[in-house]
Design a protein around this ligand. Sequence first.
Ligand SMILES: Nc1nc2c(c(=O)[nH]1)N[C@H]1C(S)=C(S)[C@@H](COP(=O)(O)OP(=O)(O)OC[C@H]3O[C@@H](n4cnc5c(=O)[nH]c(N)nc54)[C@H](O)[C@@H]3O)O[C@H]1N2
Ligand SMILES: Nc1nc2c(c(=O)[nH]1)N[C@H]1C(S)=C(S)[C@@H](COP(=O)(O)OP(=O)(O)OC[C@H]3O[C@@H](n4cnc5c(=O)[nH]c(N)nc54)[C@H](O)[C@@H]3O)O[C@H]1N2
Ligand code: SF4
Ligand SMILES: [Mo]
Length: 747
Amino acid sequence: MSNALSLCESTAPAQDAIRWRRSYCPYCGVGCGLNIALRANSVVKVKGDPRHPANFGEICAKAAHLGPTVGAAGRLLYPHIRERRGGALRRVAWPQALAYAAARMREIIAAHGPDAVAFYGSGQLLTEDYYVFNKLAKGFLGTNNFDSNSRLCMASAAAAYTAAFGTDGPPVSYEDIELADLFLIVGSNTAWCHPITLRRIEKRRQSAPDARVIVIDPRRTETADLADLHLAIVPGSDIALLSAMLAILVRERMVDEGFIASHTVGWDAVRDAALAWTPQRAAHACGVPAQAIVEAALTFGRARHRLSLWSMGVNQSSSGTAKAAAIINLHLATGSIGKPGCGPLALTGQPNAMGGREVGGLAHLLPGYRRVDNPAHRAEVARHWRVPVARLSPGPGLAAIELFEAAAEGRVKALWIIATNPAVSMPDLDLVERALRYAQLVVVQDSYHPTDTSAFADLLLPAAQWPEKEGVMTNSERRLTLVPRLLDPPGEALADWEIGALFARHMGFSTAFGFADSESVFEEYKALTAHTPVDIRGVSYERLRKGPLQWPCPAPEHPGTPRLYVDLRFNTPDGRAQFNAVGSVDAGEKPDSLFPLVLTTGRVRNQWHTMTRTGRVAALMKAAPEPYLEIHPLDAAEAGVTDGGFVEVRSRRGLFVAQARVTGEIARGVCFAPFHWGRASGPFKAANNLTARSRDPISRQPELKLCAINVTPVSRPDISGPDLGTHTNRAHRAPAGRPDLVAEDFE
Ligand SMILES: Nc1nc2c(c(=O)[nH]1)N[C@H]1C(S)=C(S)[C@@H](COP(=O)(O)OP(=O)(O)OC[C@H]3O[C@@H](n4cnc5c(=O)[nH]c(N)nc54)[C@H](O)[C@@H]3O)O[C@H]1N2
Ligand SMILES: Nc1nc2c(c(=O)[nH]1)N[C@H]1C(S)=C(S)[C@@H](COP(=O)(O)OP(=O)(O)OC[C@H]3O[C@@H](n4cnc5c(=O)[nH]c(N)nc54)[C@H](O)[C@@H]3O)O[C@H]1N2
Ligand code: SF4
Ligand SMILES: [Mo]
């Protein structure tokens, strides 16, 4: 604690005095430390924490505007039951709500077995929240149907890391940004989505004139503005590009033969497959000049410290794992790993998506990077949980979309949804709505109501949100930060882990879920990480109160680990990293005569996902108040679309209506729409009306970045629902000077 902070804390504050406290940002996976000014039960100002190593005092606009999202407006304050479909919600007391949940769950499990129930969680949960629900589902109810929205987000990166290094986990630290001289940014709009990380890259560029930035993205984003070389490839063609780059490195003898021979396996097959990709062939597949591909490869090859950063343009694809593997292959081929300023860094989306992976919050995982299909892992976890090993099911549970498909088909009867809003964020929303209507029991545990998903709930459970609950989150660089409880939750809202523990006790598991506080949950989880790659036995709330720590951190005196694999030994049985084949053709929906264009989807700078929080802040709504469709001028001309005019966008699954932004900043043949809006804001404002359920065969992550569409102009959009927006939805670029990084006052 700095003097200024501890001085504030040492005096008991009057009710209206300002108290400054340290906290952690609840939005993205950059994981910035915050200093929060509190007055009574509200947040009046948010600044960056100068001592937090993720951001050193900087924050973005979303965090600066956290204040208005805290408090009672729009919050779900009490549990509610809807006894009949279509009937009204009725407020009930917690014991009644939990007894109702327990009775219905017991009934369903007795009649149909444990796999008829499923939990769907979120990378925005605390590690403790995740742990309790995961333990309940996998250890006590006997189903591995606990998955999370990380399946829509980080699953491909996790699968690729595991395939290459033996276990998941980004090997580098943000401090490697300050040491790198080559940044390969693939499918990431870092400027809008991980703004503080981009700021560090920008600063590095300013201080190291030789540093180079290559951006691979179908759109000329603000991230691409920073690039020395921008490759505007057509969506889904990354593998062709990355393979051709690898082939050039081979031909130019820019690979590290010594590293390959001593520390890897599988090189010959990967090299030979890559060599089939000439620059010309890749240029044809990607829609960029061959010369640009050669330049990208040579720039990568000539650099000394190579850092690759990627996010959803890579992961959210039916070849997401292969795309991520192709990036990792470039690093293995050049020995760019385990050394300062080098490595493949998958930028985590949500603030604790990384923690969720560590704690086993996906349907195929158990805590501590263990897997449900590994008998030794099941035995270790069963011992720790004091349950017979037979209770732990050996087969992976249903992954996100499969879980909703199973509900729509009646195989899953009870869906318990926690801190995620699938009625907006899942692909193919017709299917999601069908699942939510068809399930016998839908429990929605959220901080807000109504949301698009909570509208379908039979049971609504009010959750405390940031900063009303205490617990741990892990950011993109494996850094654990303690998020303190600074305010009382409104109404009767409870911490998510506590709701899980109370429900488990109602199910009769009193001893195993008798946690007194979040710290006791953390301590139980921590013990399970012993001797695993994610060993955090040295981490405690007490230590975290002094500052964040990077795993592994196996002992109390251990300083934490900034960089993995520095000894060039990987977590595979023989210690060698594995080159992985990446295939040659991207799967996914192809354009045809009926649906001639390709749609990709993503985010806008100042909105957070389904807008339950950022949608309440007028200042954050300004840049993009309504959904829009970016379309190339030539495609627009062909379709008769004018800038600012309305368009109907159709895919094989549905309809989306928005204003067109005709712009040369997007590749020909490609359109872009943000996915933040759900049907509650207007039935055709949801981009996920259009997206497909196809998924990566390994990671089971859906292809949210590609589907085939057609676009037609409409003079007067004939749709119901609130205001569709008649403004010209165009002023979406930040003016010079990056004002998005300036923390505005809202007091
Ligand atoms: N402002 C804001 N920031 C956020 C979030 C938010 O909602 N709002 N959410 C957080 C979360 S959970 C996540 S996962 C991250 C997401 O962060 P990003 O992944 O950076 O964001 P997206 O806009 O989804 O997609 C990134 C880029 O992928 C490109 N792309 C699409 N298809 C392809 C392709 O086939 N290949 C390549 N190379 N690129 C492609 C798109 O044009 C887009 O610019 O952001 C985090 N930060
Ligand atoms: N087309 C398309 N679809 C996408 C994506 C895309 O790029 N394109 N990206 C995907 C990705 S990467 C992601 S991560 C998802 C995100 O999609 P979601 O997870 O559905 O989005 P959020 O709006 O973050 O939902 C979080 C919910 O939790 C609630 N909440 C907030 N804090 C708490 C809390 O502490 N406890 C509880 N119980 N509830 C809380 C919020 O009110 C909100 O309803 O969207 C995915 N969907
Ligand atoms: S960059 Fe991400 S973690 Fe940092 S302040 Fe912005 S939203 Fe929060
Ligand atoms: Mo995400």
